[in-house]
Design a protein. Structure first.
Length: 178
């Protein structure tokens, strides 16, 4: 019995010794360091500068479109009312010519807005620091094109409503930028 007891103790101690070696061997293994992608200060500074400049451009376009819509409200009503009077035959040729000039001026202003918005959208597509904000801004060129199409069709009030959507996208973009 004593030999069995010694054998049992020896086996128990041997198992404990083997397990302790396994634990200490595990503790001695070198862990691979987690490598982070190196970021240079120049890249961070460039991206921060791009974001700041991008936010300024969004702010300028937001002001431009908002100011235009404010002015368009009264002009669009006047143009559309004049068109109704023209259909009724109540206007002189000079009044019709003047109304046509107003229409062309509004359409040209929308084209100018569209050009600025398109340039900004392209910039957000091409600059790495601005790409994360493209999702909020995407589609403003197309929307301004719809506005131009509506104005060309004589639907000036509706063209302004489309530009309100552009303002929303610009505001969302500006809010997303730090």
């Amino acid at each position: 019995m004593k030999t069995n007891r010694y054998l049992l103790r020896f086996t128990f101690l041997a198992v404990i010794a083997v397990l302790s070696f396994a634990v200490s061997a595990e503790a001695q293994k070198k862990k691979k360091p987690v490598t982070k992608k190196p970021t240079t200060t120049a890249t961070v500074t460039t991206n921060a500068l791009e974001i700041k400049e991008g936010a300024e451009k969004v702010s300028i376009q937001l002001k431009n479109v908002t100011s235009f819509i404010y002015k368009l409200g009264g002009i669009a009503t006047g143009i559309e009312d004049t068109d109704k009077e023209a259909e009724a035959g109540k206007l002189s040729k000079s009044a019709l010519d003047k109304n046509a000039q107003f229409k062309q001026a509004v359409i040209q202003s929308i084209r100018n807005l569209r050009a600025g918005l398109a340039a900004m959208e392209v910039e957000f597509r091409t600059k790495p620091g601005l790409k994360p904000y493209l999702l909020q801004l995407e589609g403003i060129t197309e929307l301004s094109g719809q506005s131009e199409d509506l104005a060309t069709a004589g639907r000036f009030t509706d063209s302004g409503k489309v530009l309100v959507t552009v303002i929303g996208k610009l505001a969302d973009t500006l809010a997303a930028m730090p």
